[in-house]
Design a protein around this ligand. Structure first.
Ligand code: KIV
Ligand code: NA
Length: 265
């Protein structure tokens, strides 16, 4: 398979070929996911919860992200690697954001992801102008879940939807080249996917986005405790982990996952 690139991802968005993305935290899974046709590997700060056993992503440190990004980068072949900037690595200043983003890039990230809108636009511009591609993340932003009042759907009323539209536009104008939308009503996510001009990757955002992402451990059913409704257990009926991941890729490409009745809002 030819290596994924920003141009290829943009082309997939433009032609409607769905982008399959999963979180990934180590070299072994990077190799399995890449081989199974996953387009984008997200070294997510969700590793704080699924690997470290924390109650949220807030305690994750930059060095944790550097370590896992390096592990994933060694295992991938052609998939695109996105590294999450963790809490307290980009909020204080654009200079600190640059240092943190550069550390992830040096570890093998091809793009960095940061959460939030409004104040983040100048940060995105700063990074992009200096050569680091940025993925934005709006809707449910786990690093600020306390401010949001819990893990719940965002952009439900018209005022909240308008704020989301405005923030997404500002991030695109600032140079963001991908956007993750988490727990957003399906019609709003579809509308943004049509209007923004960059790939929009949904998680709990319906089937009308440019692609999907799930936390690897959720879709392999090895996350302890309750799962959000947007998760599907791909191990059910699968003969192996490899088979489960192949099924995920196939369902994302065929738009049979997510099911708007079962996994969306
Ligand atoms: O950290 C993560 O896993 C994420 C995805 C849920 C988008 O940010
Ligand atoms: Na994250």
């Amino acid at each position: 398979r030819k290596a994924l690139s920003l141009q290829r991802l943009q082309e997939m968005h433009a032609t409607g070929e769905k982008i399959a993305m999963l979180t990934c935290y180590d070299a072994a899974f990077a190799s399995v996911l890449d081989e199974a046709g996953v387009d984008v590997l997200l070294v997510g700060d969700s590793l704080g919860m699924v690997l470290q056993g924390e109650a949220s992503t807030v305690p994750v440190g930059l060095q944790d992200m550097v370590y896992h990004t390096r592990c994933v980068a060694r295992g991938r072949r052609s998939a695109w690697v996105v590294g999450d900037l963790p809490f307290d690595s980009y909020q204080a200043s654009t200079e600190e954001a640059w240092k943190s983003a550069a550390a992830l890039v040096k570890a093998g990230a091809q793009m960095v992801k940061l959460e939030g809108g409004g104040w983040t636009a100048p940060v995105v511009r700063f990074l992009v102008e200096r050569g680091i591609p940025v993925c934005a993340h709006l809707g449910l932003t786990p690093q600020t879940v306390t401010m949001l009042g819990g893990y719940k759907v965002q952009g439900r009323d018209e005022a909240a939807a308008d704020k989301l539209r405005r923030e997404a536009r500002e991030l695109v104008e600032a140079g963001a080249q991908m956007l993750v939308l988490e727990m957003v009503p399906a019609p709003l996510a579809a509308e943004l996917t049509q209007s923004l001009g960059i790939p929009v990757i949904g998680i709990g955002a319906g089937v009308g986005t440019s692609g999907q992402v799930l936390v690897l451990h959720d879709m392999l059913d090895v996350t302890p405790g309750r799962r959000p409704r947007f998760v599907k257990n791909f191990m059910q009926g699968a003969s192996s982990v490899q088979d489960a991941v192949r099924r995920y890729v196939a369902e994302v490409k065929a738009q049979t996952f997510p099911d708007n009745a079962l996994h969306s809002y």
